[in-house]
Design a protein around this ligand. Structure first.
Ligand code: NAD
Length: 388
């Protein structure tokens, strides 16, 4: 069984889907691992480290993919017309493709996997059940993004975060507000607290209150019956009513004008991110304030944010970095690679004396949730209709 680990080719992507640690584990499971030359460089993993771990390093991409049973990716492969080459065309028919495939961002890619005869699994669809915690790529990457968002804010902020009482005068602590208290938001709260800021946060899920407060943040929220129903069985937020949105906008508007830094992390799976900060609210902040929009690539929580840009709106810097986990590529790759290993390991069946093989039980709730295509067909319920 051969695992292929290509270099990521999409813009702003510095991560890699396997590390020397996970390579060793795959080899222990009976796999042969081939890594594209230079694939780990931006995550501080040299070719030599992969070779020392037992992998083969291959510079020729066609040779890398030839005969691969499993392809480990961070982002979805390039298809015809998307970039320097068509990676999908190189993946052998019948191979298992694992990655954060973002099918909602590119529904046509799902049909392309089916047509290519690839068994495509989107790791971000793995359900948040206890058994799958160690496979949870959303958590491992969002956690780092929440941390980095605060450091990016501190970097852009022309003031200090903690209170400093010095002989030359007192520096006031920064006031930080975090919008959305999921995995990224909670890590942002913890990081801002560690830097000495005064932190508040909001969410639509009442369960977030206790978590925010346990980190020393103040929880502010619209008082509405609707919030009782705001959380899906999977723990995610739902789209709220227009009335709730109006009341939430009032709450954010009154709070935000007293804040120095706003960290936006609110998302609704499969939908555009909710708009929480409008132009008027940005204008109400004092010059020198910072807004970090982690949701910028999903449409943004802030109307002024632009993907990949730091925009100055009347002295307020609105930061919309691409792919924030990739800004901590070494740690993000290490955790992501471990998530993939934890996903793949239970799928490996080794019979005594026989080489390792894959046994895919598509009735299993984890595989059922993650599998987009198999046997030349689109099988994920969210995309079946589009394919017909
Ligand atoms: P996410 O990235 O989908 O969204 C980020 C946050 O934005 C969420 O807390 C969401 O409630 C919030 N949000 C959405 N719309 C909003 C709005 N209009 N205003 C304010 N906030 C809004 O969420 P996530 O970080 O992936 O976490 C989702 C849930 O999953 C959380 O309850 C988390 O604790 C839970 N979780 C469970 C596990 C597990 O059990 N294995 C692992 C990780 C996360």
């Amino acid at each position: 069984m051969k695992i292929a680990v290509p270099r990521e080719r999409r813009a702003h992507e510095r991560r890699v889907a396997a590390t020397p640690d996970t390579v060793k584990k795959y080899i222990g499971l009976g796999f042969e691992v081939v890594v594209e030359a230079g694939a780990g460089l931006e995550s501080q993993v040299s070719d030599e480290l992969y070779i020392n771990a037992g992998a083969t390093v291959e510079a020729d991409l066609a040779a890398l993919y030839r005969g691969a049973d499993v392809v480990l990716k961070v982002q979805r492969p390039l298809v015809a017309g998307e970039g320097e080459l068509n990676e999908l065309a190189l993946i052998p028919k019948g191979a298992l493709l694992l990655g954060v495939l973002s099918p909602f961002n590119d529904p046509e890619s799902v049909a392309a996997y089916a047509a290519a005869g690839v068994t495509a699994m989107a790791l971000e669809f793995v359900p948040r059940i206890s058994r799958a915690q160690s496979m949870d790529v959303l958590s491992s990457q969002s956690n780092l993004a929440g941390y980095r968002a605060v450091l990016d804010a501190a970097y852009e902020y022309d003031r200090a975060m903690p209170m400093m009482m010095t002989a030359a005068g007192t520096v006031a602590p920064a006031k930080v507000m975090v919008l959305g208290a999921g995995v990224a938001g909670l890590q942002a709260i913890a990081t801002a607290k560690r830097l000495g800021a005064i932190v508040s946060a909001t969410d639509v899920r009442p369960a977030a209150k206790e978590q925010v407060e346990s980190l020393g943040g103040r929880f502010v929220m619209v008082d509405s019956e609707e919030t009782r129903e705001a959380e899906t069985a999977g723990g995610y937020a739902k789209e709220m009513s227009d009335d709730f949105k109006r009341r939430q906008a009032e709450l954010v508007a009154t709070t935000i004008k007293t804040q120095d830094i706003v960290i936006c992390t609110a998302l609704i799976p499969g939908r555009k991110a909710p708009t929480l900060v409008n132009d008027e609210m940005v204008a109400s902040m004092r010059p020198g304030s910072i807004i970090i929009d982690l949701a910028v690539e999903q449409g943004g929580n802030c109307t002024a944010s632009k993907p990949g840009e730091v925009v100055n709106v009347g002295g307020v810097k609105v930061v919309g970095h691409f792919n924030v986990p990739s800004r901590l590529a070494a740690d993000a790759s290490a955790l992501y690679a471990k998530n993939l290993l934890n996903y793949l390991t239970p799928l490996v069946k080794a019979e005594e004396g026989a080489p390792a093989g894959l046994a895919l039980d598509f009735a299993d709730e984890i595989l059922a949730a993650a599998t987009l295509t198999r046997d030349g067909r689109v099988v994920h319920s969210a995309f079946v209709e589009q394919a017909e």
